[in-house]
Design a protein around this ligand. Structure first.
Ligand SMILES: Cc1cc2nc3c(=O)[nH]c(=O)nc-3n(C[C@H](O)[C@H](O)[C@H](O)COP(=O)(O)O)c2cc1C
Length: 313
């Protein structure tokens, strides 16, 4: 049995990443209705809006969905209490130690996975009682650990160190990435950048187009010497931050003008290196179904190689 499927209740072990303002009911329900697991964000800090989005999910899908709690960004315990009383079965935590959240979440019968960028963090989370881990390699978009470790190495290293189920994140945009992640020990994948550029994603077409246009070299890791360290699309603004080495404090002030107004210089467009693998806007259903079909085709090819003790079929 695939433990990520057992924990989430999804049809496929494909998770849509939590992403501030973007991972709301429109996108998450489309992913759930395609058989994946949609996650509602709370990192925007818009507590009441996010609660409404969680409630809206019940009208848009009958499938299970999850919620992300970015621990350091939560203003108070109101969202935690709401989730514990909401009947939601699956929560990912990120940004900070999950230790004090695990008790109340588990008491409410909720399965908890924490997002980690290192083996040390993985071991601490397992000791604290998480049910599983989201393993976030340096290729991924969004907030990053400045000590960059690729998904390829990080998954193997964490797989050696702990026994809990792993969801691989960072650099995965299709079934090839999913097959690679499973070969390294993952039981599920999480995609962020792929779902930003999905038909049901609420962001402006300029942001989706910038992802389609980006090469594999189309992102920068910024602000490595301060916090937060992020991976974002190359633009004039991010080139200046890259050059300066530090991110001005107002960098995210006009993020909504970028996300929803399409002004790609208004802030920084978070995205991962997987942008270089994405060349079309697809629906959530196409993304999920194409990923599953490609994953199984590759698994079949590898199985045939194993059967014939060969290195090609
Ligand atoms: C636009 C954007 C916003 C993100 N916001 C969050 C967030 O609010 N919370 C979080 O845990 N991760 C966030 N992430 C990271 C994703 O959860 C995920 O780990 C990452 O996107 C995976 O790599 P990929 O972009 O190559 O798919 C964000 C990523 C992107 C691209």
């Amino acid at each position: 049995m695939n433990r990520v499927l057992a924990h989430t209740g999804a049809v496929y072990p494909i998770v849509q990443a939590p992403m501030g303002w973007i991972a709301r009911a429109q996108l998450a329900s489309a992913v759930c209705n395609a058989g994946g697991l949609g996650i509602i964000e709370t990192s925007s800090g818009e507590t009441e809006v996010c609660k409404a989005e969680i409630l809206k999910m019940r009208d848009l899908t009958e499938a299970p969905f999850g919620v992300n709690l970015p621990i350091l960004f939560l203003k108070d315990e109101s969202m935690l209490r709401f989730i514990c009383e909401s009947g939601i079965g699956f929560v990912t935590t990120s940004a900070g130690s999950p230790a004090k959240f695990i008790g109340p979440l588990k008491a409410a019968g909720i399965t908890v996975y924490h997002a980690v960028p290192t083996v040390d963090a993985a071991m601490k989370c397992v000791a604290a009682g998480v049910d599983g881990l989201v393993v976030e390699g340096a290729e991924g978009g969004g907030f990053k650990n400045p000590e960059e470790v690729s998904t390829l190495v990080l998954l193997q290293a964490i797989r050696r160190a702990v026994d809990v189920p792993l969801i691989a994140a960072g650099g995965i945009a299709d079934g090839k990435g999913m097959a690679a992640a499973f070969a390294l020990g993952a039981e599920g994948i999480q995609m962020g950048t792929r779902f930003v550029s999905c038909a049901e994603s609420p962001v402006h077409m300029n942001y989706k187009q910038a992802i389609l246009d980006a090469k594999e070299t189309g992102t920068y890791v910024l602000n490595k010497k301060s916090t937060p360290c992020i991976r974002a699309l190359k633009t004039e603004r991010t080139a200046a931050i890259h050059e300066a080495g530090l991110m001005p404090p107002d960098t995210f002030q006009r993020i909504l003008d970028l996300y929803f107004g399409g002004d790609m210089e208004a802030a920084v467009g978070l995205a991962g290196q997987s942008a270089g693998l994405i060349d079309a806007v697809k629906t959530a259903r196409e993304i999920v179904e194409d990923t599953v079909a490609e994953f199984h085709a590759i698994a079949g090819r590898l199985g045939a190689m194993a059967g014939s003790k060969a290195f090609a079929v």
